[in-house]
Unconditional design. Structure first.
Length: 422
């Protein structure tokens, strides 16, 4: 058997960059692509939010991934499937059936990406000692965020450049997605050579074992309030993330700010991601020092209050670079800062003998809380206009603020235990 921790400096960065790239392509870059090739906001919000479904449902097949084959085999096949799906997106964009075909390919990429997440995280836990799991968590997070910068920044900038050069958004995005497919294929090959073969024999518990895991999760004290809190924590952000890019890209007559694809890629994919990372790092440090309870309310407010700046831009029509960049920077920093508390809370409610499976269930509810509001976001925006929509997004923070007094967590949770688990 391969010893633990072998070649970790090689495979941890590569594996988590490969985990982050397809997620940001499916969830975020697809919004910009569909906007630029002519879809309306209601269609964009509905169709791209459905793509969250695999991350909602992944707890249902996570035991199969855990018990059949090896984690390494699973993530290598899933990464290859993602590359093929992205290649299919690229070939489908210029066709008459582009919407059906590209959505089908994105669905394939989404299911493969969710499965890749399960297998990659499982491999991380079995191929590293507990000490090294803690040591490499920062490196893994860094390369996941670098993947987001690559997807939401560099790839979008490339598409914007090709839009200007070719004069045809469909052709530009076709070339961009084919290029991205080849990038994903290269990453898969790199992971094949970088990751050691590490086999772990597991004895399946059968259907009764899986039912017991589910039952124990739903019997946790206060789990009803916890699930309601998880579903509502990002109620505003789940809608903002779908309509922010269309708002920047739309013309003045449509209530937008008339920014180019390249500009949106630069602002969101570089400045936005950098400040998102900074907010997340600061949030983790403060929770480790002071505990979760002290910072939950400030972090929840930090997640939601910056959304007022989008409403201000929409109401005033201000589209100067400093105003837009400042809004994105504050919103992304607040999101990273606020999301740190959310992740620690998910770890808390997952504690127990079935920590891995219960964390998958908790993150499944988290994905559901992003998917359902996102599906309605485009219809709400078209009904209220951008100014009314962004005010609605701010008001959507109220349920989580109300639920805050009903959730449970042990005193000082997050100081040492959470730091070891994250």
């Amino acid at each position: 058997m391969t010893p633990k921790d072998k070649k970790a400096w090689w495979w941890v960065p590569s594996l988590y960059f490969t985990q982050g790239l397809p997620y940001v392509l499916v969830v975020t870059v697809s919004v910009i692509m569909y906007k630029q090739i002519g879809l309306g906001n209601a269609e964009i919000g509905l169709y791209t939010s459905w793509l969250y479904l695999p991350w909602v449902l992944k707890p249902l097949w996570s035991p199969w991934v855990d018990l059949k084959g090896t984690k390494r085999r699973w993530f290598l096949w899933m990464q290859l499937l993602i590359a093929l799906a992205l290649f299919g997106v690229g070939l489908s964009v210029p066709t008459d059936v582009f919407l059906t075909a590209t959505l089908a390919c994105f669905w394939m990429a989404a299911f493969a990406s969710a499965t890749n997440d399960i297998a990659s995280d499982g491999y991380y836990m079995i191929a590293l000692s507990e000490k090294k799991q803690s040591f490499f968590v920062g490196l893994r997070s860094t390369f996941y965020r670098l993947a987001m910068i690559t997807g939401q920044g560099l790839i979008v900038i490339l598409a914007g450049f090709l839009e200007q050069r070719l004069g045809d958004p469909a052709r530009a995005w076709s070339v961009t997605m084919v290029f991205t497919a080849f990038l994903m294929l290269l990453l898969t090959v790199g992971n094949f050579f970088a990751t050691p073969v590490y086999e772990v024999n597991r004895t399946p518990e059968g259907g009764q074992g899986f039912v017991k895991v589910l039952r124990d999760f739903f019997l946790k004290p206060g789990i009803g309030w916890a699930i309601a809190f998880i579903l509502s924590y990002r109620l505003g952000e789940s809608q903002l993330v779908k309509m922010a890019a269309p708002f920047l890209l739309d013309t003045d007559s449509a209530g937008g700010l008339n920014y180019s694809t390249e500009a949106v890629g630069t602002i969101y994919g570089t400045l936005g991601i950098l400040f998102l990372s900074a907010g997340g790092i600061l949030g983790g440090i403060l929770i480790s020092r002071d505990g979760l309870k002290k910072w939950m309310l400030p972090m929840l407010l930090a997640l939601n209050l910056p959304n007022l700046l989008y409403a201000l831009l929409a109401w005033t029509g201000e589209n100067s670079l400093w105003a837009v960049s400042g809004t994105v920077i504050l919103e992304q920093f607040g999101y990273g800062f606020g999301f740190a508390a959310f992740l620690i809370y998910l770890i808390y409610i997952s504690q127990g003998p079935y920590k891995t499976a219960h964390y998958a269930l908790a993150t499944g509810f988290m994905a559901l809380g992003m998917m359902l509001p996102g599906m309605a976001s485009g219809f709400i925006q078209e009904s209220l206009g951008y100014p009314g929509f962004f005010l609605w997004v701010v008001a959507a923070a109220l349920p989580s603020l109300i639920l805050l007094k009903y959730i449970r967590y042990p005193r000082d949770f997050g100081k040492k235990s959470a730091e070891n688990d994250v």
